[in-house]
Design a protein around this ligand. Structure first.
Ligand code: SF4
Length: 67
């Protein structure tokens, strides 16, 4: 699975970083960075929580066929 970000929706409030710090990082300029491209299975629950927690609905998970 891959993480997709709707950058127009993201307001850098870091909810995803709190849910899955292994996958998301905010830099000093409040820009969001993805730390993983393919989400490893062990990280998937945290990333799914980040998708749910994003108050802007900016995150989604894509299966390989949706790339
Ligand atoms: S939780 Fe959503 S709005 Fe907040 S930084 Fe992450 S992707 Fe952006």
């Amino acid at each position: 699975m891959k993480i997709a970000v709707d950058w127009d929706r993201c307001e850098a409030n870091a909810a995803c970083v709190r849910a899955a710090p292994e996958a998301f990082r905010l830099d000093d300029d409040d820009r969001l960075h993805l730390l993983v491209t393919d989400v490893p299975p062990e990280l998937r629950p945290k990333v799914e929580k980040a998708v749910r927690d994003c108050p802007r609905g900016a995150l989604s998970l894509l299966s390989p066929t949706e790339r």
